[in-house]
Design a protein around this ligand. Structure first.
Ligand code: AMP
Ligand code: MG
Length: 495
């Protein structure tokens, strides 16, 4: 048989690294088959990662494997147990209520193992009140945003494909069902550690920490206190991640500790949002009444969550001082990371004492009249160092133009101070200020078409968002201000 004729299932050799943790960490179970599944979309870069072709993905065999209808020989699917703090309150045991790990596949590029997880493939022992399913609407959002974040260069879980079914799932109303085939080196969360800590199971806590260090932070094994080093590494990754979120106006929406990745990845795309008109207090999750997870709260919540992880790792680290010390890295790391990314967004090659004020004031002017976050940074790159010729591209976005003009004067002075070259600066700025982000209304348009079985908009967004920093003149409309109806859209935890 030639390679193309070889059954694709032969090339899907699942490793069982997570399963080696032992049975207390998960429950083995088969996904629940769904009615007549079909392929909605695949991520070209993830296919390349696993050496799968678009044609192979079209085969019924593969669609059935990735929708959970067909058991893959050699794979022992499982749902893992974890706990967590939800909205700041200890929620006890949660677990993969609707995610089933098929096993790990080796990257053909790096050889590294990636977990392959089906989200929405049926109930598990951890489903609590849930039905184990995910609706088409939320699955399209997760699929597109995973890939959009990767395009932005922000650490994230990925999505290999999305499969659908005309079978209905009940939410506020019946909705079509879908399954996202997610991948990440690991889906282990802060809550995975909290689980063992709060259940007073020090043996499992240690097993889990050793597993994470061995496979994901091998360099730390040599540290004097590997568990303290692990906490420090996760704190740093988390602070860096939140800084990147802030820099593109991304709001996660549900930053519970069970949604915090031990690898510093963006995890679990639910009621997330990208900022349209800038309002630092914006709450993207309609169910978040207190604004705990608003845009401006994210840095503090990242720290709060690290604190929860520190608490869980304390018995392994051994003493409060060492734990505090590792935790205390958060603030400095976030500040330097955020400053660095803002410096790049404003096109500065050096960082001067007053720059923080320059950044803050621009954000304040944006907030005054709710200027579009993405456009305000993208258009900033057109400003010229010695002439006002291009100012109107930016001024058009603002209502409070007098204040902007004053700011532009100090910005120009600042650029002149470092002899900034317009073209060079613009090129650099356009590599960090995206032109295209997954605005809620864009996702909504793709969802509405998909409900009618037209997946062209999903495919189109996937392509555009894979290279969000490129001009893509032919897709200009996707970079424009959102239409008025976009402000009435609301997203909640219902998914
Ligand atoms: P999430 O907000 O998606 O992170 O979910 C919080 C917890 O509820 C996790 O333990 C999920 O596995 C579980 N969960 C969410 N939705 C469902 C569902 N439809 N069926 C079963 N479990 C769910
Ligand atoms: Mg979750």
């Amino acid at each position: 048989m030639s390679h193309s004729e070889t059954s694709t299932s032969n090339s899907l050799e699942f490793y069982k690294r997570f399963a080696s943790l032992g049975h207390t960490f998960y429950t083995e179970l088969q996904p629940t088959p769904i009615k007549s599944p079909y392929l909605i979309a695949t991520s070209p870069s993830m296919l390349a990662e696993f050496n799968l072709s678009a044609k192979q993905m079209q085969s019924q065999e593969v669609v059935e494997i990735f929708s959970g209808n067909r058991a893959q020989p050699g794979s022992t699917p499982l749902a893992s147990v974890y706990s967590g703090h939800q909205f700041g309150i200890w929620a006890g045991q949660l677990g993969d209520g609707r995610a089933i790990l098929l096993g790990e596949l080796a990257s053909k590029q790096s050889g590294a193992l990636h977990e392959i997880q089906l989200k929405g493939a049926g109930m598990t022992p951890y489903s609590r009140m849930g039905d184990g399913r995910a609706v088409l609407r939320s699955s399209i959002r997760e699929f597109l945003c995973s890939e959009a974040m990767a395009g932005l260069g922000i650490p994230t879980s990925r999505a290999l494909c999305i499969t659908g079914s005309d079978q209905y799932t009940m939410r506020e109303m019946p909705e079509k069902t879908a399954i996202v085939t997610r991948t990440a080196p690991s889906f282990i969360r802060f809550g995975s550690f909290e689980h063992w800590y709060y259940n007073d199971k020090s043996e499992q806590l240690k097993t889990l920490a050793d597993f994470v260090i061995e496979h994901y932070y091998p360099d730390l094994a040599q540290s004097e206190n590997p568990y303290q080093a692990l906490l420090r590494a996760v704190v740093i990754k988390t602070a860096d991640l939140v800084a990147l979120w802030q820099s593109v106006g991304f709001m996660h929406g549900v930053l519970n500790t069970d949604n915090m990745s031990i690898l510093g990845l963006t995890l679990d795309y639910g009621p997330f949002g990208f900022m349209d008109g800038y309002d630092p207090a914006h709450i993207c999750n309609h169910s978040d009444n207190q604004g705990r997870y608003s845009y401006q709260m994210q840095p503090r919540i990242g720290q709060w969550n690290c604190h929860a992880l520190a608490q869980a790792l304390l018995p392994l680290i051994g003493d409060v001082e060492s734990t505090q010390e590792a935790l205390s890295c958060y603030v400095g790391q976030f500040e330097s990371s955020y400053e660095r990314v803002m410096q790049a967004k404003f096109g500065l090659t050096t960082l001067q004492a007053d720059d923080q004020n320059l950044f803050t004031e621009y954000l304040e002017i944006m907030a005054e009249a709710g200027t579009d976050f993405t456009l305000a940074f993208r258009q900033l790159s057109r400003i010229q160092t010695t002439s006002k010729q291009n100012d109107n591209f930016l001024r058009d976005l603002f209502v409070n133009r007098e204040r902007l003009d004053v700011w532009l004067e100090s910005y120009r002075k600042r650029l002149q101070l470092e002899h900034s070259q317009d073209l060079e600066r613009q090129t650099c700025m356009n590599q960090v200020n995206p032109k295209y982000v997954l605005r809620n209304y864009l996702a909504q348009q793709a969802i509405e078409r998909a409900e009618q079985k037209d997946f062209s908009e999903v495919h189109k967004l996937l392509t555009i968002l894979a290279t969000p920093y490129d001009e893509q003149i032919e897709h200009e409309t996707y970079a424009q201000l959102p239409p008025d109806w976009a402000s009435t859209l609301s997203v909640s935890c219902s998914s």
